[in-house]
Design a protein around this ligand. Structure first.
Ligand code: HEM
Length: 559
């Protein structure tokens, strides 16, 4: 059996038959990297005072599970759960996670113990940094989209060759939507404009997505976001061919120029749209102007901070809704075919057999055309400000109920009922993962960052009795993931991260970009001016790509 790096399954339990099927069909490794994880603050990770107790671990594990259980709301998406953040930011956030970090959840093989054991012992920080490797480059280079690039010289084939079009290998493959079901009946529902454009799925082989990171086919919204990237890249290739023929002498030049433009647009948007929307006002500009305070490469190498991957950046889990206003067919409006529930959004993915497994109606080989996303329902800040369905859930300690029953997790044969239940429960997994990997407590991180700590009343604010009861043992030493969510909730109304979360996320993003010689922040044009969207591709009306909606328009997935 070969290892295939791009075929990820959360939790380290890859379905054997999926691996075999993928290897035999695709037969390649799209990207094979191992980079460093490390602690932003190793001195905290090594100080018992900054960690949850390491004695009586079975008791701590049990209490963490109770806290995770209590963080799940009884009611799905109540009105007060809505933030002012449009829901595209949730899945854009997930897409970014898959570009820069992978593997904190696959500890079984690497670390010889696992969160599924009832009495695991937290690992020493040295052991973690020695053994646990990030299976992504920690740069915003879209390795999750490009793999190791196209094969432009047949004598030097790339591993990602199959991601690229046979007749125009500088372009990425895009999947075709199904117009009929398996029995030949037309797919019901309204057509999604622009009608006739049915290249709006991930490329698939035997339903499995042929892309650089299979986690981008984990749920349908992130899959449609990845599809937008494939189309954006191809549209940039067309734009370069039409607008800059003098800059590209051959296919290699053309691909490199298009890829650079895609990366710089993406990176600029990550800093100026994504990060500014999700962090406290002013922090991004202050880091850009005055520099980083905490992130520094180690031994000259970029590393992925564990406080980011295992705690702070998992804030996105609390933004996930139980149901979406997805498109005209799948929403809660009268006349729609069905509601776009979390379960359906997971069912219409490769791992959900594109609706072939319950609760989907399948089988289909590719995404049915009635399931193409309508992005205008996901990007609009005015609509999100109404705090209705067109907003993400608040960043807070109250999570949507379906996050306890993730349908594509814990499905491997031979698992006990209790392990299955655990693997399907995201809040428990996050809390246990933080404990296993010795992530410093929220209070110790706040102190180190020079930010006033949350007091007990703040940690309890807005909680049900059940959460407060489960939180009692953790009031002085609070798991970082819970702390960061609660900080957002009580100090930023759940409409952005708070100070600790913002600082760790912004330092990581900008730290990775400033220290990447190829990022837009280090790009100088021939007149020595820095790169910004005025130097990039333009929309047909001449407009620049300045917000995510412009990006989706250029990809022609948003009208
Ligand atoms: C429906 C949406 C999502 C689902 C079902 C999901 C599920 C998961 C699961 C099962 C894990 C592994 C947990 C463990 O055992 O440690 C994970 C890891 C992670 N998730 Fe999510 N996630 C979602 C969205 C997001 C979003 C929106 C973000 C951030 C904005 C995010 C950030 C992360 C990060 C940083 C990791 C760790 C990645 C690594 O291994 O380095 N996720 N997620």
């Amino acid at each position: 059996m070969r290892t295939i790096r791009f075929q990820f399954s959360h939790g380290g339990y890859i379905r054997q038959e999926t691996v075999e099927r993928t290897v035999s069909i695709i037969g390649l490794e799209a990207i094979n990297v191992e980079t460093d994880f490390n602690y932003l603050f190793p001195e905290l990770a090594k100080d018992p005072n900054s960690l949850l107790p390491a004695d009586n671990t079975a008791d701590v594990i049990d209490k963490l599970k109770k806290l995770g259980e209590a963080m799940i709301e009884v009611q799905s998406d109540p009105e007060e759960a809505n933030s002012t953040i449009p829901p595209v930011y949730t899945y854009w956030g997930q897409f970014i996670d898959h570009d820069i970090t992978a593997n904190t959840d696959r500890t079984a093989q690497d670390l010889q113990t696992d969160i599924t054991k009832d009495d695991f012992t937290p690992l020493s920080p040295d052991f973690v940094t020695d053994k646990l490797k990030n299976l992504r480059r920690p740069t915003f280079d879209l390795d999750s989209v490009y793999g190791d690039g196209p094969t432009l010289e047949p004598e030097a084939p790339t591993q990602a060759k199959d991601f690229y079009q046979e007749d125009d290998p500088v372009k990425l493959k895009v999947g075709q939507n199904a117009k009929h079901d398996a029995s030949g009946k037309p797919i019901p529902g309204a057509k999604i404009p622009p009608e006739g454009d049915l290249k709006r799925d991930l490329p698939r082989n035997n339903r499995i997505a042929v892309i650089g990171d299979s986690r981008d086919d984990e749920n349908l919204i992130v899959a449609q976001f990845h599809t937008a990237f494939l189309r954006f890249h191809n549209a940039v290739v067309d734009w370069v061919r039409a607008n800059e023929p003098e800059k590209v002498k051959n296919e290699r030049d053309l691909f490199v120029r298009a890829q650079n433009l895609v990366r710089w647009h993406y990176q600029w948007l990550v800093v100026n749209d994504f990060l500014k929307t999700l962090t406290v006002s002013g922090i991004v500009d202050s880091i850009l102007k005055d520099g980083l305070k905490f992130y520094e490469p180690r031994n000259g190498e970029l590393f992925m901070p564990l406080e980011f991957s295992v705690a702070s950046y998992r804030f996105g889990h609390s933004m996930v809704r139980a149901a979406y206003d997805y498109n005209r067919n799948f929403t809660d409006e009268p006349g729609a075919l069905a509601d776009a529930t979390f379960k359906l959004l997971f069912s219409f993915t490769g791992r959900g057999d594109i609706g072939g497994r319950p609760p989907g109606p399948g089988p289909f080989d590719t995404l049915p055309c009635n399931w193409i996303i309508e992005w205008d329902r996901f990007v609009n800040k005015h609509r999100a400000a109404e705090r209705k369905r067109n907003s993400a859930r608040k960043i807070d300690t109250h999570l949507a109920p379906p996050l306890t029953t993730m349908i594509n997790e814990g499905e491997e044969e031979g698992l006990s009922v209790s392990i299955k239940e655990l693997l399907k429960h995201l809040a428990k997994r996050n809390l246990l993962r933080g404990y296993l990997l010795s992530i410093p407590t929220g209070q110790s991180l706040a102190k180190r960052l020079g930010i006033p700590e949350l007091i007990a009343d703040e940690l309890k604010q807005g909680n049900s009795d059940a959460i407060n009861q489960a939180l009692e043992p953790f009031l002085k030493k609070t798991p970082a993931w819970y702390y960061i969510l609660k900080e957002s909730e009580v100090r930023a109304n759940g409409d952005s991260l708070g100070e600790v979360g913002s600082r760790i996320v912004a330092e990581t993003f900008i730290g990775l970009m400033i220290n990447d010689p190829f990022s837009y922040l280090n790009r100088r044009e021939s007149d020595d001016s820095p790169w910004d969207p005025s130097k990039g591709v333009k929309l047909p009306d001449g407009g620049e790509i300045r917000v995510i909606g412009d990006f989706l328009k250029f990809a022609k997935v948003l009208l």
